[in-house]
Design a protein around this ligand. Structure first.
Ligand code: ZN
Ligand code: ZN
Length: 358
């Protein structure tokens, strides 16, 4: 285990991140960031000597134009001026959405810069993780894809092997489209079965193309999967792949919406699993990536489990003394779940491992 009390953490934070407005009935409503801020205050995370608040910069126009088409950027700008129109059916527009999206996505890139400059070892971008946004379109509550922007920032700085470890319960379909042919990016996405779950993408067979073949790894889980099957899949797949790839930088999306209390989806993890994932990924960062690790939080729509998840990840990285209450998911993994997960893991291994001589 890495001694996390010695790691320096940058926490991307500014009241400007609260200028989000999908409306009161939307899962991401105004107040979500205030809730996180109150929680962070309450547990004393920002008082730790090894934690530094970093002010987010706007996403640069250069990076914005790299990750999105001119037409799409113009559409967001127009909605932003008038407050009229939607980004997508599930993603309403609002006045000032262009500024808000540039600051929330810029926060993650600011995190990358603060790690690369040596200011901190790890960053946490508590409003980041817009993995459904694609070059020509937003959707799934995502406007500008900050993960893609982070990767391009790293590429601009000469980094050749970026690992995106995405445990959000929804497949990282937007991010996948940017780097599908690119061996400089390995994307591993664990998510609920796309057969019924948004964004209906992220099948095992989608392993990348051309020189990127094998660098896109999708591991879907059946409904009601809990800690035990998830940990099995994690242990079987992630350590060998990370060891083979030797990433220079790890971007980690923890997946608070895979928690059993989060009913936007149907996985039944507890924060025990979130702690296990976070500490393993943290150890990998120190083993392979000179500690270079960025956390972009992604989904999480149940207030309690979102805070528990964030507190758990922060405690792993910083040594913060935080432990959520004991949790009892409604189901244990049954025989059927085990069978499907073992089957999926075997399929992923058959397709991916030979490419890396594993
Ligand atoms: Zn560390
Ligand atoms: Zn999600």
């Amino acid at each position: 285990m890495t001694n996390s009390g010695q790691c320096r953490i940058g926490f991307l934070w500014s009241p400007l991140l609260e200028t989000f407005d999908f409306g009161r009935k939307h899962p991401i409503r105004v107040g979500r960031f205030k809730l996180l801020r109150d929680f962070v205050d309450e547990v004393g995370f920002l008082d730790l000597p090894n934690v530094e608040v970093i002010t987010p910069e706007l996403l640069s126009e250069d990076l914005l134009k790299t990750i999105h088409s001119e037409e799409y950027i113009a559409k967001v700008q127009q909605i932003s001026e008038t407050g009229i129109g939607d980004i997508d059916i599930d993603t309403p527009g609002f006045r000032n959405i262009y500024f808000n999206s540039r600051i929330v996505s810029g926060a993650s890139v600011t995190g990358i810069k603060s790690v690369q400059s040596g200011l901190v070892d790890h960053f946490v971008s508590p409003t980041g993780g817009f993995h459904h946004a694609k070059f020509g379109a937003g959707g799934g509550f995502c406007i500008f894809n900050d993960i893609a922007a982070c990767v391009y920032e790293l590429k601009n700085q000469g980094i050749k092997r970026v690992l995106i470890a995405d445990f959000d319960v929804h497949h990282g379909n937007g991010t996948q489209t940017y780097f599908y042919n690119d061996p400089e990016v390995m994307q591993i996405s664990f998510h609920e079965d796309p057969e019924w779950m948004f964004p209906h993408d992220g099948y095992i067979q989608d392993i990348g193309e051309g020189s990127g073949r094998g660098y896109n790894i999708n591991m879907p889980f059946p409904m009601d999967s809990g800690d035990a099957v998830y940990r099995y899949a994690f242990d079987e797949l992630i350590p060998p792949l990370v060891d083979s790839y030797q990433p220079e930088f790890i971007i980690f999306i923890p997946g608070f919406d895979a928690h059993y209390k989060d009913r936007l989806a149907h996985l039944t993890l507890t924060t025990d699993m979130i702690r296990y994932i976070a500490s393993t990924i943290h150890d990998f960062a120190h083993e392979y990536s000179s500690g270079k690790l960025g956390v972009v939080t992604g989904g999480g729509y149940h207030h309690e489990s979102l805070c528990w998840g964030l507190g758990t990840v922060m405690s792993v990285l910083s040594g913060l003394d935080f432990e959520p209450p004991p949790q009892q998911p409604p189901f244990d993994d049954n025989e059927e779940t085990w069978e499907e997960v073992k089957n999926n893991v075997a399929l992923v291994k058959d397709l991916i491992f030979p490419i890396f001589n594993l």
